[in-house]
Design a protein. Structure first.
Length: 316
């Protein structure tokens, strides 16, 4: 069998970007899907999302999961999340491959026993139908007995704007446009109906601004959510210019060229005597505190950077 690499869709990339760059968005989703009660203060540790599966003939096939990570609360649990724009017959096979490989990555041998721990797994469906199940199941028939576990299902289109903000499921905002996909033709032809869509996105923009002012999210998170919303919009509404331009007129165009990442890159290029890691930590702290002007000065003024870095160390 030839090696096959699974290619990512734009929606996979957006999903992974949101989780990795704005990890605070993960906790409310985990609480919603798995019925957990994490506070949001838990430590999240990401695992590599590239896995190499052994194939017949000694070949290895590279597979990329959307994301897998640990949450360290009262107990440490492993999670594996995938994003699917629609169902396909091979999805359960991929889940089994990913879950077992994730388990093997941290497996341990105790005497003559191999101990592996499968992650808690879930899939986010961006589109669903009446026949889409609420859970998926993997059943393993072994010589020692039958073992099975559920893969939880989250359906993004089931969540209204009110529910998204009430439950703090901000990770779903970039995918909210999927709930309007069936009406794109109407929006394209009817300006009145398009305005109703724009009003919803005006609500999203205002709500994000409120959360920013309350200190519930950072400027970086707000910018990322808007930027990722635009990326999803570009792909799902590629044939509907009025829809694209109408929503963008409300949400804004390109958001500061992904402001925080640009600043970090510029800082690294200028060089930091004490190491790049210190700069990244300082910038992350400033961005979380909404101090974007300080971030800009940090990347430009060595003396000012050293002063703030000393303040950062004292606060640790």
């Amino acid at each position: 069998m030839e090696n096959v690499r699974i290619t990512n869709t734009p929606y996979d990339d957006v999903f992974r970007t949101l989780l990795n760059d704005c990890s605070s968005l993960i906790i409310p989703v985990i609480n919603e899907v798995f019925g957990e009660h994490y506070s949001g203060q838990e430590k999240i540790t990401f695992s590599p999302n590239e896995h190499f599966l052994n194939q017949q003939g000694g070949n290895e096939e590279e597979r990329i999961t959307d994301t897998s990570f640990k949450i360290e609360g009262k107990e440490t649990k492993k999670y594996h999340l995938e994003c699917q724009s629609s169902t396909d017959n091979s999805m359960l096979v991929r889940f089994f491959e990913y879950d077992t490989q994730i388990a093997l990555d941290e497996g341990r041998i105790n005497g003559n026993v191999l101990i592996v721990t499968l992650p808690h797994s879930a899939v986010l469906f961006l589109r669903h139908h009446a026949s889409t199940p609420d859970t998926l199941k993997i059943r393993m028939v072994t010589p020692g007995g039958t073992v099975e576990y559920d893969i939880q299902v989250m359906k993004s289109q089931q969540y209204t704007l009110e529910a998204i903000f009430e439950k703090n499921l901000l990770l779903l905002i970039p995918f909210y446009i999927f709930s309007h996909e069936s009406q794109f033709d109407e929006y394209e032809k009817d300006k009145t109906k398009l305005k109703s869509l724009q009003k919803e996105y005006e609500q999203i923009k205002n709500k994000l601004e409120e959360l920013l002012n309350q200190g519930a999210i950072s400027e970086y998170t707000r910018c990322t959510i808007i930027d990722m919303s635009n990326k999803v919009l570009e792909h799902i509404a590629v044939k509907y210019n009025s829809v694209k331009e109408g929503v963008k007129a409300v949400m804004g165009g390109k958001v500061l060229e992904y402001e925080a990442k640009t600043i970090i890159r510029e800082g690294i290029e200028q060089g930091i005597e004490q190491g790049e890691n210190k700069l990244s930590k300082l910038i992350a702290t400033l961005m979380e505190n909404g101090r974007s002007q300080d971030v800009i000065r940090v990347t430009q003024d060595k003396q000012y950077r050293n002063k703030l870095y000393q303040e950062y160390l004292i606060g640790q």
